[in-house]
Design a protein around this ligand. Structure first.
Ligand code: HEC
Ligand code: HEC
Length: 171
């Protein structure tokens, strides 16, 4: 009986929302929020986060300069290294890790092959050419990314709607 109940709980939890814990610490948010939400640690492995927070990387972060106090930088590193994809063992991190290239250290969540595979059937016009989205990195435009909710049932693509039979089309 106990086994059966555990089985049901397991089934329910695998079909439930695709979620990761959001970053709620206000000081951490203040370090990134001028430009974008705080990407969650689970989407990249430790080596990626370590590289991203090296001085020379922060000085040229996708063409921008990120300035952090040393206290805040340590706080970020502690969070990212404790919750990275190769530290946390949950369904999504296993999928991410299996997809990662062996010979490169990715700095973009949007370039993680598993994440790309989730979007590859979607029209490029929903992303790059969509004035309300503009970038594959702009997770928050379509997902409640800031709250850590990425489930496909909660996606809202600005200007587009999902039909029952024919997939996505312009509103
Ligand atoms: C001064 C602006 C600025 C600040 C501050 C900033 N970033 Fe960025 N970040 C960018 C830009 C620009 C991109 C590229 C966005 C794009 O391609 O659409 C980016 C992209 C990223 C990406 C890759 C997104 C993807 O999946 O392609 C990560 C991860 C990232 N930033 C982490 C951080 C973290 C963590 C912080 C806070 C410590 C931070 N950034 C602060 C400007 C900034
Ligand atoms: C233009 C809107 C858009 C942007 C931007 C976007 N996504 Fe998505 N994402 C979607 C849609 C739509 C789906 C569902 C695909 C489908 O309907 O088949 C999806 C699916 C996913 C899934 C799979 C969810 C599930 O339930 O299986 C994950 C994980 C995900 N996205 C993560 C991200 C991350 C991380 C980013 C930013 C780096 C991002 N997405 C950016 C629209 C977007």
């Amino acid at each position: 009986m106990k086994r059966a109940i555990l089985g049901i709980v397991a089934l329910l939890s695998t079909s439930s929302a695709f979620e990761v814990a959001p970053v709620t610490d206000e000081s951490m948010k203040s370090g990134c929020v001028d430009c974008h939400f705080v990407y969650q640690a689970e989407f990249l492995p430790k080596a990626s986060w370590e590289k991203m927070f090296e001085e020379e990387e922060l000085a040229d972060h996708f063409g921008d300069k990120v300035e952090l106090s040393s206290g805040l930088k340590s706080k970020f590193l502690a969070y990212y290294l404790e919750n990275a994809s190769d530290v946390k063992n949950i369904k999504v991190t296993r999928k991410i890790n299996r997809s990662l290239p062996k010979n490169r250290t990715l700095l973009r969540v949007s370039k993680v092959p598993y994440i790309m595979s989730q979007h590859e059937d979607l029209d490029r016009e929903m992303f790059i050419d969509n004035p309300k989205v503009k970038s594959y990195a702009n997770c928050n435009a379509c997902h409640n990314a800031e709250d850590g909710e990425y489930d496909e049932d909660d996606v809202d693509v600005p200007g587009w709607e999902k039909g029952f039979f024919f997939g996505w089309s312009r509103k």
